[in-house]
Design a protein. Structure first.
Lengths: 167, 94
């Protein structure tokens, strides 16, 4: 502490140490929040199911997505990434996941929404397994905090079935 | 900055930073605003730097008083021979 530089150095190191501590504490407070997100996805219209020239099946749907993810936001939340995946089982693979739609929610105000949209990303199977296939639509969300650990959760909506024939 | 001033500056720095951190965290949590926490703490760090980093006169109130150089001539360093004779005297006394 005998010189200007020494004191400047001391305050820089000590203040950054404390900054790390309060950021950890902020992250720790997230443990006290108990989020209760709600979501509902419906297929409002089935558009078509086709076989591509290379042999892969492709489907097109119009989706009704309504969700209330406001409870995921705490004072330490930067943003929430949410995506909707079609999940189904084929003889070759126990789990196939195809992302149909996604969104970055940057604030709590935008976390409650209801939209009607055709699938943003193409619903293509690697093969011709889609005819008559049962699938579920799963809404996944990844919460990105300002400091601390990311965490993810999901909500599954079951009972969807693709048509038996191409149309 | 003198010795007492250095001690005071270090103590002030630690107390200020910890106090601002506590206030910043509590206010930020109460308002639900991470930004408020960071701004209050940043303000606190700046204020602390302003108080403790420059060499303010308040840190120089206990200057060491050195002896005048003329004292050296008045009190010459004792000679090695003299000290030896002293030792001998003390042993004899025993």
């Amino acid at each position: 502490m005998h010189s200007f530089g020494q004191r400047a150095n001391a305050i820089a190191t000590f203040s950054l140490t404390i900054l790390a501590v309060i950021c950890s504490l902020a992250s720790f407070t997230d443990n006290f929040s108990a989020p209760s997100p709600k979501a509902e996805v419906k297929v409002s219209n089935f558009n078509w199911l086709q076989k591509q020239r290379n042999g892969n099946d492709e489907a097109s749907l119009t989706l009704n997505i309504s969700a209330d993810l406001q409870s995921l936001f705490t004072w330490n939340t930067k943003q929430v990434f949410v995506f909707l995946a079609a999940e189904y089982e084929t003889p070759k693979n126990a789990l196939n996941q195809i992302s149909l739609w996604d969104k970055i929610i940057s604030s709590k105000d935008l976390a409650k929404f209801s939209i009607r949209i055709s699938n943003k990303y193409r619903f293509i199977d690697q093969g011709s397994n889609l005819r008559g296939r049962d699938y579920n639509l799963t809404l996944h969300w990844h919460v990105m905090p300002k400091t601390g650990k990311m965490f993810a959760d999901k909500m599954s909506m079951t009972g969807f079935r693709l048509p038996e024939e191409y149309r | 900055m003198d010795w007492q001033g250095q001690k005071l500056a270090e103590k002030l720095m630690q107390i200020f930073l910890v106090a601002f951190a506590i206030v910043a965290f509590v206010v930020g949590y109460a308002l639900g605003s991470f930004q408020a926490m960071l701004l209050i703490y940043a303000g606190g760090v700046l204020l602390t730097a302003l108080v403790t980093v420059p060499n303010w006169p308040a840190f120089n109130r206990h200057q060491l008083i050195w002896l005048d150089p003329s004292e050296v001539d008045r009190h010459p360093r004792p000679q090695a021979a003299a000290s030896q004779s002293l030792k001998k005297k003390t042993t004899k006394q025993k």
